[in-house]
Design a binder for this molecule. Structure first.
Ligand code: UDP
Length: 385
């Protein structure tokens, strides 16, 4: 298909956060890296300088800092920022505004209205925000939902919502032999079975349940090591709980790491004990690394991990079920490698970064067409996957 020649279309991409808080920012950076620069000229807007801005600059993008003050106590800064963003949309000649998250959408949507530019709201969380959802959806020309669980926030707006799962970089996340050196650094003995979790240490990630499951496994199958990668407000508390459960020599808290593919290569099973998960990038990363996954059947997870085919799903908050599933995978390496191979195949067929970028670019095109024509998107056609 020949694209019309001409200069790339400028767009403004607004990030909720200036720092890398979690998967939402990493997914946005993956998208910005993947966008076809021959067609799109993104400029990045961040509320403050930090990791998001520096990664944007590394990609060669213009970066603008526009504060996005909290709306709990609205002040004059709110109007100033909406005006600044509207001006930026005009001076950069942005054809559309892509807002990553709710706060970005409030500002991006209102600025878009004032400057006459359509706005796309990228939604990554499954919990509803009630009336705010309706207001932001009304401001948006299109809404990107990362899973059906997320799309269910907007039952009244099927024409606006596009289902686009996150993508994983299938080259960065390529299966490889485990590094003994890295295992030693993380405190894992060479022949020990290893379970791994990656994610922020916050209540919704379910790490308390995971530690209880680890204690159960230690009673019936001693010697399993657990690598817990990430950071967050519960880190100290979880350390105390691990010690109380007598697991201090089994559970290894690594803090934040940038070498997730290498850490994944060390594990025999990937465990996601979340109580709530809009999508869960870590799942497609583990699948891409051909790892068997044990995860809770919450939010968008059952759309990603196919129970019995790429992993085992268990109820959330159920340590006994989690322990049984993890033990079942560890006790049957042949099954683990079957699940892992199926996970890699599913990551390739359904969650490639290339397909993700392509789908977002199609929404850009659609929204720009809608802006010129009726001002509304065509009905949603969910692709079965
Ligand atoms: N991550 C990382 N290093 C860490 C912890 C997490 O690079 O120490 C990455 C992880 O690989 C994944 C993202 O952070 O890409 C977390 O995204 P996910 O959607 O799983 O969770 P969220 O933080 O968005 O709730």
């Amino acid at each position: 298909m020949g694209e019309p020649p001409g200069r790339p279309t400028p767009i403004l991409v607004v990030s909720n956060h200036g720092h890398i808080v979690g998967g939402g920012e990493l997914s946005l950076m993956d998208l910005l890296r993947g966008l076809d620069r021959g067609r799109w000229a993104p400029a990045l807007v961040v509320p403050e300088d930090g990791g998001v801005a520096s990664r944007g600059r590394d990609l060669g993008l213009p970066v603008h800092v526009v504060p996005l003050p909290t709306l709990w106590r609205p002040g004059p800064g709110v109007v100033r920022s909406i005006v600044a963003l509207g001006r930026l949309a005009r001076t950069t000649d942005a054809a559309l505004i892509h807002a990553n998250g709710s706060r970005a959408m409030i500002y991006g949507g209102l600025a878009g209205r004032s400057a006459g530019r359509p706005a796309i709201w990228h939604v990554r969380i499954a919990e509803s925000d009630g009336a705010v959802d309706r207001a932001l959806c009304a401001l948006a020309t299109g809404v990107i939902a990362t899973s059906r669980a997320v799309a269910r926030r907007f039952p009244w707006a099927p024409r606006k919502v596009r289902l686009i799962p996150n993508g994983v970089d299938l080259v960065r996340f390529t299966p490889r032999a485990p590094s003994r050196a890295l295992g030693a650094v993380l405190g894992v003995p060479p022949s020990a079975p290893v379970a791994l979790s990656v994610g922020r240490f916050v209540a919704e990630k379910g790490y308390g349940c995971l530690l209880d499951a680890a204690a159960r496994i230690e009673r019936t199958k001693p010697g399993v090591h657990w690598i817990l990668v990430g950071d967050g407000e519960l880190k100290g508390e979880l350390g105390v709980r691990a010690r109380r459960l007598g697991l201090e020599s089994r559970v290894h808290f690594t803090g934040w790491r940038d070498d997730i593919p290498d850490v994944l290569a060390l594990c025999d099973v990937f465990v996601c004990p979340s109580e709530n998960e809009g999508f869960g990038r870590v799942l497609i990363e583990a699948m891409a690394m051909a790892k068997a996954v044990v995860a809770t059947a919450v939010g968008g997870i059952p759309e990603i991990v196919l129970d019995g085919a790429t992993g085992i799903l268990v109820p959330s908050g159920a340590p006994a079920a989690l322990a049984d599933a993890v033990r079942a995978v560890l006790d049957d390496p042949a099954r683990a490698s079957r699940l892992g191979a199926a996970g890699r195949a599913r990551a390739e067929s359904t969650f490639s970064l290339a397909a993700h970028v392509d789908a977002v670019e199609r929404v850009y095109t659609e929204v720009l067409g809608a802006g010129r024509a009726a001002g509304e998107l065509a009905p949603i056609e969910e692709r079965e996957r």
